[in-house]
Design a protein around this ligand. Structure first.
Ligand SMILES: [Zn+2]
Length: 268
């Protein structure tokens, strides 16, 4: 039998010729959609695991967290401590051994870490003059504890990194990685708003008013041009006009049950 070679037909080989930009756009959209779906699904799974962790387990897991607390003989820290203690007496808070930690850092910042820690820097203590202004900042961090945000972020990071490691044989994943980072930032913004709402209610329950509570946010917002000094704070707490406007709108809906003037600097 004589071998008759078949003539090559046109194939689906896309390696030759110019790719149209529409194809690139389609490809990018599909990747973005897949990244978003993967992030949503893995995120929901990680969040539900974080919700199941008991306070005892959280404390046991994170008792190694040591920020190198630098004890501060400073009346400003002592005042912040008193405000923190007053907020922590709220019976609605998750039962964690809450602790306020001072960090010798001139950049204004505050953050919460699993296990009940809330850290404040010198820069923040310097920037907030009023008791209720400090109360809102600290209550915001307690809001992160209340909604287990640090645990959820940790869970999402672990799950998405593990998923990336599993599929890492699939080639260059930098685009997927960047997509997950962007999705993570959007998630962080929604956590900030959730912590704001909790803080507003907690300050209102503790002080009977929220007048003057946004002192710190408004100062930071006014100074946003000074990127170098505020960079760390804005990274973890992106401030937008919308966010501040939302807070004012929500505050306006809360009844003033105990009209105390806490906005004067000497009140702190
Ligand atoms: Zn925050």
């Amino acid at each position: 039998m004589k071998f008759v070679p078949r003539r090559l037909q046109r194939t689906a080989d896309g390696s030759r010729g110019k790719a149209r930009w529409q194809d690139w756009a389609k490809g990018l959209t599909s990747v973005a959609l897949v990244v978003w779906l993967v992030y949503l699904l893995l995120g929901v799974a990680a969040d539900s695991v974080a919700e199941q962790i008991s306070e005892e387990t959280e404390v046991r897991w994170f008792k190694w967290v040591d920020l190198g607390d630098q004890p501060l003989e400073d009346p400003r820290f002592a005042r912040a401590q008193r405000v923190f203690d007053a907020l922590c007496r709220d019976p609605d808070l998750r039962p964690l051994p809450y602790k306020l930690v001072h960090l010798a850092d001139k950049r204004p910042n505050a953050f919460a870490l699993p296990g009940g820690l809330v850290a404040v820097t010198d820069g923040l203590l310097e920037m907030v003059d009023t008791e209720i202004g400090m109360a809102f900042v600290l209550a915001h961090e307690l809001g992160h504890h209340q909604s287990r945000h640090a645990l959820k972020r940790l869970g999402r990071t672990l799950v998405t990194r593990a998923a990336l490691a599993v599929v890492s044989g699939a080639g260059d994943l930098s685009m997927l990685d960047n997509g997950l980072t962007l999705a993570g930032l959007a998630h962080t913004r929604s956590q900030e708003r959730e912590a704001d709402v909790y803080a507003l209610d907690l300050v209102h329950r503790t002080y009977g008013t929220t007048a003057g509570a946004f002192e710190f946010f408004e100062r930071v917002h006014a100074l946003q041009g000074d990127g170098s000094r505020l960079a760390s704070m804005l990274h973890s707490h992106p401030l937008t006009e919308d966010r501040i406007a939302d807070l004012h709108a929500r505050a306006a809906d809360l009844p003033v049950t105990a009209p105390r003037d806490l906005s004067a600097p000497q009140a702190f």
